[in-house]
Design a protein around this ligand. Sequence first.
Ligand code: ADP
Length: 230
Amino acid sequence: MTAKNKIFLFIGPPGSGKGTLAAQCVEQLGWIQLSTGNLCRSHIHKKTDLGKELKAAIDAGQLVSDEIIVAMLRDWLLEHKDTASNIIFDGYPRTKKQAELLYHLLHTMGNFELVVVKFEIAKHLLIDRILSRMVCSNKDCGRAYSLKEYASKGQGPMLCGVCNAVLEKRSDDTREILLQRLDVYDQHEQDIIHFYKDQGHVIHSIDADRPVDEIFADFVSKMKLQQLCQ
Ligand code: ADP
């Protein structure tokens, strides 16, 4: 990995569009993405012992333990550390402890530049988005869609536009669990942001209440302006 390799940390509440923007960066810019949520769901799908533990936390709207998440992250990074692409972390770090553990991990692994991107959106919009969210059932894809996109398309099965697998609801996308997840997010957001400010990082804000293409264009132009992408 060269000194210019960057890790973009997408920080934002559930439903703020982190995964959607990440997917666009993967498709249009050739970046690579780690979604810790998708990694958890992939374990659950395989019904491993770890998967059972993860499901209990996720379905309660709670965070998975920092130790488990960091172990997953370390394995993923070791596998991808020689990539020539920029990397996006979607959903990591979610606690200050995770931010600190990442800091130490990267220290031992070499020269990565962290770019912190914060998604700004009003909470009432998130509830509507999440309750109408469908995701691809292919755990290696996990692309998100809105039920509203399908409302006008008649009765056929809802299929993923990327891999053609059937779409499904996520088990934690219910009103009750979402309110819990939003609460958990609120408890940690400021600690994480302060951690990065104290480290001297700029926090790049993205107005996430806009059409997907507009957000992508804005993100790319902001990053270009700061010479953080080509
Ligand atoms: P969202 O951002 O919509 O909440 P994710 O797919 O990123 O969805 O995460 C789903 C769930 O997976 C979280 O509510 C949490 O239980 C677990 N999870 C994902 N990433 C982490 C993490 N970094 N630390 C702890 N738990 C995590």
